[in-house]
Write a protein that binds this ligand. Sequence first.
Ligand code: ZN
Length: 309
Amino acid sequence: MFTDAGRVPDDFDNRLRTAAFAWLTSRTLQRTGNLTYSAIQSFVFEGHTIPLKDRVKGIWKPARLSSALSITTTYRPPGVVRPYDDLIHEGDGLLRYKWNGIERDEATNRSLRSAMQSGVPLIWFFGVGKGVFNPIFPVYVVGEEEENRQFILDADPSAIGEHEEGVAEQFLRRYLKVETRHRLFQAVFRGTVMRAYQGRCAVCRLQHGQLLDAAHIVPDRDEDGVASVVNGMALCKIHHAAFDVGILGIRPDLVVQIRSELMHEIDGPMLRYGLQEMHGKRIVVPSARAERPRADLLERAYERFRQAG
Ligand SMILES: [Zn+2]
C-alpha cells in the first residue's frame, strides 16, 4: 500500500510555505484582511504562479509538494446561529476538518495525512463571503479520526505528540486552544463583517482598514452575542469605543443617537464632526437583507444605551 509516512519536507517545501505566509501577511495587512479567489491565485514563487487553493476541493496540494498546502471552509451565510460551531469538538475543543469524500486514501486526504506526518504548517482559507476568504495560518494537522472521517487541527505545533506533562503545561495547552479558537473565530467574524460592510464604518464611512473594527452589537460574552454578521457592524475605532461605552447609541430604526450631555459640550473637531454631527444620521448597513443587524439585538443594545444615561 502506498504511504507518505515519514516523508521529510524538502527545502523547496519549506521555501514555498515560508514565502506564501509572508505574501499572505503583506496582502492581508492592507484593508480588511480578506482576499478574493483571484487574488489568492496571484501568488508568484521563484518565477512561477502557484495557486494557494483549489477552486473546488477543500484540500489543496500543489504538484511539486508531497503534503497539502491549504484547506478551505466554504462560506456559510447567516441564518445559522453559530455557523462554524460544528468545526469544534465538544470534548477536546480542537478543530476538525472532514475528509474529502469517504475514501480514506483519496489523493487529497493522503496529502493532508502527509502534512500531519511531516508536521508542516498549512493555510486555512475561511470563506467570509461568496468567493472571499480570510486566511488563517499557520495551522497544523495534529491527528486523525478515521471513524469520523476527519482530521484534527490546531494552531499550536506543540500539541503534536501527546506526552506526560505537568499542571502548568496542561493549563498552558488549554489556554492555547482557547486562544486559537478565539483567534480563528475573531478572524472569521471580522472578515465577514468587513466584507458585508464593504470595509467602511457604518456610522462615518471611514474606509481605512487599519482603523476599522468588527464590533459586536451585543457583547460576545452574552448568550445572544453571536459571532455572526447579524450581530456585527464595521465601526471605526472612535465609533466602536463610543458605542461600547454608551456615548453613541443606534436606535432599532438604525438612526445614530449621541448622548445628550455630549451634544452641549464644546471641544475640538473630533467631538464636533466625529460625534455631534453624527447624531440623527442613519447608519449604512449591508445591501443583503439577511446580513443586516438583527432587530432584537439592536433593541437590546439600545436599551443598554438608554439605561447608561
Ligand atoms: Zn466611524
